[in-house]
Design a protein around this ligand. Structure first.
Ligand code: AMP
Length: 492
């Protein structure tokens, strides 16, 4: 097997690699470093977790170790789709270039232009940037790209997803034709193929195996979940997530929980927190300093649960993540591979659990087809009907019914709608935590105490143990409060 020492890297870079604790290059490194050092273009088809960042930083540092940067004319450029990824690439440069005198600047949103301008004015060897921010600087006349000798495009497929391809093409056209290009993508979509055909010249193509096929250290599982009622889906799904986490016990030292929508990232994080889980959200709408703080906390182990969207977590390099929970089935099968690849890194063991609802089955099938493996089905640990959440659900059902009947029996369906929506909205915003707590409390309180809450819950859980104690669902049993006259109910 090749050793780093055989790769013609600068001795000072070799020393830094050794100090980082690595001696054997990963396949993408062994494949990409030699042609990159020869000055050739490289097309790396690899995803995060394969060691791809070092496969371009190590030859770049070696190539740039000689020579000096000129004011406002960076000598190399690394483009990343997200701020987090850009920050991670910058960290890699810090690790591997620590024995070499190189200057770098990070151009990402959320950091002041003034500081970044000052660095660029002095001249930098390596400029690491997100495409939009780089073009902002360029358009303000603060930056010249005509001195770029090496240009890296990292995670091109993600750039495509995020609509950055026109920016990338523009940036390519602003750099010298003679530049060397190192281009990385996890997949080769037709649009990516077109870009590489246009801007790369006779590249060395290195493709490494999909992580999904390599990551035998990850135990996977899926719970096929169906809510007892549509308007209880969110609540029951979050209860299931908590149960899945709890079942892992101490083995779950930390975890990333993925949601498809940013709004769900917030709701799930808030809900977990209310239940006493040490959780925080991360997605693109949060401000930069908050995202950095959350990520640092997760990396350092002071934050146990990171609730994330795909884009925010993409490329997130935390070596020891014990669990990944897919709160939602990702709509792109490849994202599943990326998501679960956050655990089981570098030969460690990891566990990835997913919740799949009836609407997700098509996407789920696509995942199993992609990974060519059946994901083991795990029984819903909360069972089907008599879960805590569904007990609450039946109460809410009663609540809905009570509200409807308050409006009179003869009301049209459409006039009921706003009421239902309101219940759903309440549930989303407040999350369900306080309910469970109060429910437990309630169950231990004497009947007269419970009656105090009756006004708030109206025919809800406080009827338990009372006249309606047998009522758990719609069935053909009519809860007695429905039979009460309007005035009586109001008085109750
Ligand atoms: P990346 O694919 O660049 O996100 O890297 C994934 C992880 O692999 C990072 O934690 C790196 O520090 C680590 N890594 C990089 N190169 C090596 C190597 N040659 N041997 C072992 N781990 C490595």
């Amino acid at each position: 097997m090749t050793k780093f020492s055989e790769l013609n890297l600068n001795p000072k870079v070799l020393k830094a690699i050794e100090e980082a604790g690595y001696d054997t290059p990963t396949p993408i490194q062994a494949g990409a470093i030699p042609p990159a050092l020869e000055g050739r273009d490289v097309l790396g088809i690899a995803q995060t977790g394969t060691g791809k960042t070092a496969s371009f930083t190590l030859p770049m540092i070696t190539l740039l170790a000689r020579g000096r940067a000129r004011a406002r004319m960076p000598r190399s450029l690394v483009l990343c789709p997200t701020r987090e990824l850009a920050a991670q690439v910058a960290e890699n440069f810090d690790i591997y270039a620590k024995n070499v005198k190189l200057t770098k600047a990070l151009l990402i949103g959320g950091v002041s232009f003034k500081e970044q301008d000052a660095l660029i004015d002095k001249g930098v060897d390596v400029l690491i940037a997100t495409p939009g921010r780089l073009l902002d600087h360029f358009e303000r006349g603060k930056l010249l790209l005509t001195g770029v000798q090496v240009m890296v495009v990292d995670e091109a497929d993600r750039m495509l997803d995020m609509g950055f391809i026109p920016d990338i093409e523009r940036i390519f056209s602003l750099t010298p034709f003679t530049r060397q290009t190192l281009f990385f993508s996890a997949t080769m979509a037709p649009e990516i193929e077109r870009i590489t055909n246009t801007f790369l010249s006779a590249p060395a193509r290195i493709e490494v195996a999909r992580q999904a096929t390599a990551s035998e250290t990850i135990t996977q599982g899926v719970v096929m979940f169906k809510a007892s009622r549509r308007d209880r889906e969110g609540t029951e799904k979050r209860a299931l997530l908590r149960k899945l986490i709890e079942l892992e016990g101490d083995a779950c030292s930390n975890a990333i929980i993925f949601c498809n929508r940013k709004s769900d990232v917030d709701i799930v994080a808030k809900s977990l927190k209310k239940y006493g889980f040490d959780a925080a959200p991360i997605h693109g709408d949060l401000d930069q300093s908050q995202r950095m703080k959350t990520l640092d906390g997760f990396r350092e182990g002071t934050l146990r649960f990171l609730v994330a969207s795909d884009v925010a977590a993409r490329g997130l390099d935390v070596p020891a993540v014990s669990h990944v929970f897919n709160f939602d089935v990702p709509s792109h099968a490849e994202d599943y591979v990326h998501r679960i690849g956050r655990t089981g890194r570098a030969g460690r063991k990891g566990k990835a659990m997913m919740i799949c609802g009836p609407k997700d089955e098509k996407n789920f099938d696509a995942i199993e087809k992609l990974i060519q493996k059946e994901i083991p089905r795990v029984e819903n640990p909360l069972g089907h009907v008599e879960t805590e959440a569904t007990t609450d659900a039946s109460d809410e059902k009663k609540e809905n019914k009570s509200r409807r009947s308050r409006g009179g029996r003869g009301r049209s369906k459409s006039s009921d709608k706003p009421q239902e929506t309101k219940v759903e909205a309440q549930e989303q915003v407040q999350t369900e935590a306080p309910k469970e707590t109060s429910k437990r409390d309630d169950d231990q309180k004497p009947e007269q105490d419970r009656s105090r809450n009756r006004r708030n819950d109206r025919g809800g859980r406080n009827d338990r143990g009372g006249r309606d104690s047998n009522v758990v669902g719609m069935g053909d049993h009519m809860p007695s409060f429905i039979a009460l006259s309007f005035d009586e109910r109001r008085a109750g």
